[in-house]
Design a protein around this ligand. Structure first.
Ligand code: GTP
Ligand code: MG
Length: 171
């Protein structure tokens, strides 16, 4: 017999780091070089099954990273079971923005929220500004799951959601 559980997930991070691209890779297995910047937020769902026959349904809020939408974020992270905070490995400033989101989540979101830090655009290694070890050390210290991903190639995208699913409390 299989068990089913659903969880609310929110994506946060600076504009253009690839939040929508990660979600589209996960939900539709597609990548778009010319994706338009998100307005407000987008809602998508995807289910995954774990080895133990548990089916997890993610209800995903893909938020808009542009500054003018910043005040909307609490609406989406309130009640979220998990958050994926995204930065771009080729823009060190985007990691600073990600750290600010993590701080805000740790202060204002659900006490048991599972937070993942995702360094996206791993396919652009030649333009890297954020060393893996630096982000990894920060993630460890802050108690976050950590992945480097590429929405373009698909590297580590499903893995993020699978690792989160394994950590979620299922009755
Ligand atoms: P907002 O909606 O404005 O917050 O941006 P976003 O974080 O959703 O970024 P989006 O997914 O729209 O991606 C921004 C740009 O980066 C697009 O042109 C994408 O094609 C590109 N992009 C996203 N992920 C990757 C990636 O892994 N590799 C490369 N090379 N480009 C990517
Ligand atoms: Mg977007």
């Amino acid at each position: 017999s299989s068990r089913m559980a659903q969880f609310k997930l929110v994506l946060l991070g600076e504009s253009a780091v690839g939040k929508s691209s990660l979600v589209h890779r996960f939900v539709k297995n597609q990548f778009d070089e010319f994706r338009e910047s998100t307005i407000g937020a987008a809602f998508l769902t995807q289910t995954i099954s774990l080895d133990d026959d548990t089916i997890i349904k993610f209800e995903i809020w893909d938020t808009a990273g542009q500054e003018r939408y910043k005040s909307l974020a609490p609406m989406y992270y309130r009640n979220a079971n998990c958050a994926v905070v995204v930065y771009d490995i080729t823009q060190s400033e985007s990691l600073e923005r990600a750290k600010a989101w993590v701080k805000e989540l740790q202060r204002q979101a659900n006490e048991n929220i599972i937070i993942t830090l995702a360094g996206n655009k791993l396919d652009l290694e030649q333009n890297r500004e954020v060393p893996t070890e630096e982000a990894e050390a920060y993630a460890k210290e802050a108690g976050l799951l950590f992945f480097e991903t590429s929405a373009k190639t698909g590297v580590n995208v499903t893995e993020i959601f699978t690792e989160i699913a394994k950590k979620l409390p299922i009755e």
